[in-house]
Design a binder for this molecule. Sequence first.
Ligand code: NAD
Length: 498
Amino acid sequence: MQTLQNIIGGKLVTSTSPRTAPVFNPATGEQSAVLPLSTTAELDAAVAAAKLALPEWANTPPLRRARHMFRFKHLLDQNVDRIAGAISAEHGKVHGDAVGEVQRGIEVVEFCCGIPQLLKGEFSRLVGPAIDTHSDRQPLGVVAGITPFNFPAMVPMWMYPVAIACGNTFILKPSEKDPSASMVIYELFREAGFPDGVLNIIHGDKEIVDGILGHPDIKAVSFVGSTPIAEYVYRTGTAHGKRVQALGGAKNHMVVMPDADMDKAADALMGAGYGSAGERCMAVSVAVPVGEETADKLIESLAPRVRKLRIGAADDAEAEMGPLVTRQHMEKVLGYIDAGEREGAELVVDGRGFKAQGFENGYFVGGTLFDRVTTDMSIYKEEIFGPVLSVVRSPDYAHAVKMINDHEYGNGTAIFTRDGDAARAFAENIEVGMVGINVPIPVPVAYHSFGGWKRSLFGDHAIYGPEGVHFYTRLKTVTSRWPEGIKSGAVFHFPTMN
Ligand code: NAD
């Protein structure tokens, strides 16, 4: 069985750690690889390699850094299917979904090809007599990224291409559940000609995360994962003086107004609720029809669609969703379905007991639909991260908005309506970071930035796009004059234009 290796200073290095974790194929339930849970000494070696590579990389002209990015993008384009295969084998998502993930990651690399333009500073002539000021953004140094299982290629690519294009060097700690996609992509990164030590990969668990958070040579940490860990990473990292952006969990609501096209709204809910088996931080897990009549019509449209969901392994070309990532996660999701039933929600479609033919040991849960969910139920309050959609009936629009604003998470939300006034008011007043108007999964494109509000993001910067460039750089402002412009004599008052 394959044992994964770390990448330190451009070399594949076998970990000496006695601790390991199994990696599974979620469709078959069989172990496919062994992952080393690396030691802090191995992290230290990766940071040392990143530090060694830093001066030359930080001083490489941005245009040259961009040329590396162009080559990297080209190689990624040629290897989309291969990367998607590595994702599906460990995550379980169906091939088309994995391809979409890779493409969204490539778009971030495309954005980074424009880094010379993005790093351009400002210049002001004559801020005082014969005095000019210019500013620009400089890299931070060695920075790190800690990533979740649900987008094993795209989420790391939200981080290291931007950081590296800005002139930093990078330590990536991928999810221990599906680490192989990052290894495949690293081969292409190396082939693109990036110098050794610019990107390092260390596999591990909490021990490595804690090592990163306390490491004196790591200047900034990007984290994406569940909210309790995001909060921990933010607090611990900032206590150690680091810049931290920590993106957390979500409970995304989609409001369906009485004037919405019910078939289109139901189609949107199917993709957003059950695509990737609900394991997306932008998945819609709560549908909020406004008015009883809207709710009845929506359930009528949704229920047969959920019953007809095509569920299978990644290589089943017809499959719309695959298994959950691990047995533990499957058990957690099944536990939530039990809880919803116990707490009194109406179970319209029950996904428990689903078995995929030929994959009886896989971690499959069937599409599940609850109606008449109330806001005090655990299936409403907590992130389930599975193919479970809750319908919360709202008497009116104002109640729907208040419910969303009162929720602890604020990652994404959507409204389906034909009413421009309602849509505009929703976008204005909703306390959520990413809003879709008749768009169920409003993940911003690579040249905007991604970030939730409330307990879905800890820190001041959203990720990738212009905010990513700001996160991975610091501003320097230089004010200058030359001897001819300097008047003789000491000046003791604070400098002003008067
Ligand atoms: P997770 O929090 O379990 O793990 C994320 C990372 O943290 C992994 O690399 C893991 O090794 C590490 N980790 C786990 N436990 C730790 C601990 N006790 N101390 C230190 N580090 C620890 O998340 P996951 O299950 O891999 O991913 C799913 C979660 O990620 C969901 O909550 C989802 O909403 C969230 N997510 C959020 C976004 C976003 O952009 N907001 C995007 C994708 C996923």
